[in-house]
Design a protein around this ligand. Structure first.
Ligand code: PEP
Length: 257
């Protein structure tokens, strides 16, 4: 089911790439071309230290800014962490529970749940990432894994307004091996009904759910043309201004109107 509230969203996750100067250059290159594309919400997620520079470079532009992570406490003795209150003035969105954070930084479902709640409390829009690992996919456990991640992340959430979910099969991230549109559409349909059951059916129907995993300008159409898929979370290809612009343009052509 598609509603008008589901404006397509293309988000670029720059990961741990770009110095502050490089971030300024990339944002500056994206701005003029992305500003000409309508019908798609455009988002870039630079590293924390470049958020301010990206904000300046994109001032007055239609391109929005997100962070790649956040801690769940507002302030205090948590050396090296960044609080939701610090991000609130700098960006609109925040990626939470990316598979790289789950894998390398051992983020648990409980921690991700706390981060989602803290981000919403601070007025940030979370992009919650879920997705199965290769062995789980091969064992036919995709649905089970994704439902379990959603239950953990959204426990006692109450209100899911503003939440975005990204379905990112871990085996497709950075590998050049994207999932198929049909399989992703099916899993994203399951994600929508699960979020509806866990929170609110109306909010789930209006919620954007993205596909992520080796999206390029060449394969984006396969995902965007699916009825349940409302956009993409793009890693590697978001670092190349021409590729990212082409992904946004193709999305606008397919779903922008
Ligand atoms: C990501 O970083 O979330 C991602 C999907 O990366 P890539 O597009 O490089 O697979």
């Amino acid at each position: 089911m598609q509603t008008n509230a589901r404006l397509p969203l293309i988000a670029g996750n720059w990961k741990m790439n770009t110095t502050i100067d490089e971030a300024k250059v990339l944002a500056g290159r994206l701005r003029p071309t992305l500003d000409k594309i309508d019908g798609v919400e455009k988002l870039v997620c630079p590293p924390f230290v470049s958020l301010s520079a990206a904000k300046d470079a994109l001032q007055g532009s239609s391109v929005k800014i997100g962070a790649q992570n956040v801690y769940f406490e507002e302030k205090g003795a948590f050396t090296g962490e960044i609080s939701p209150l610090m991000l609130a003035g700098l960006c609109e969105y925040v990626i939470i529970g990316h598979s790289e954070r789950r894998q390398y930084f051992k983020e648990s479902g409980e921690m991700i749940n706390k981060k989602i709640k803290a981000a919403i409390k601070a007025g940030l829009k979370p992009i919650l990432c879920v997705g199965e690992r290769l062995e789980e996919n091969e064992a036919g456990k995709t649905s089970q894994v994704v439902v379990s991640q959603l239950k953990d992340a959204l426990a006692d959430l109450g209100n899911a307004n503003g939440l975005v979910v990204a379905y990112e099969p871990v085996w497709a991230i950075g590998t050049g091996k994207a999932a198929t549109g049909g399989q992703s559409n099916e899993t994203i349909g399951l994600i929508r009904s699960t979020v509806g059951a866990l929170t609110d059916a109306g909010a789930a129907a209006a919620m954007r759910i993205l596909y992520g995993g080796s999206v390029t300008a060449e394969n984006v159409a396969e995902f965007i043309s699916q009825p349940e898929i409302d956009g993409g979370l793009v890693g590697g290809a978001s670092l190349r201004a021409e590729q990212f612009t082409a992904i946004v343009k193709r999305t606008s052509e397919i779903k922008g109107g």
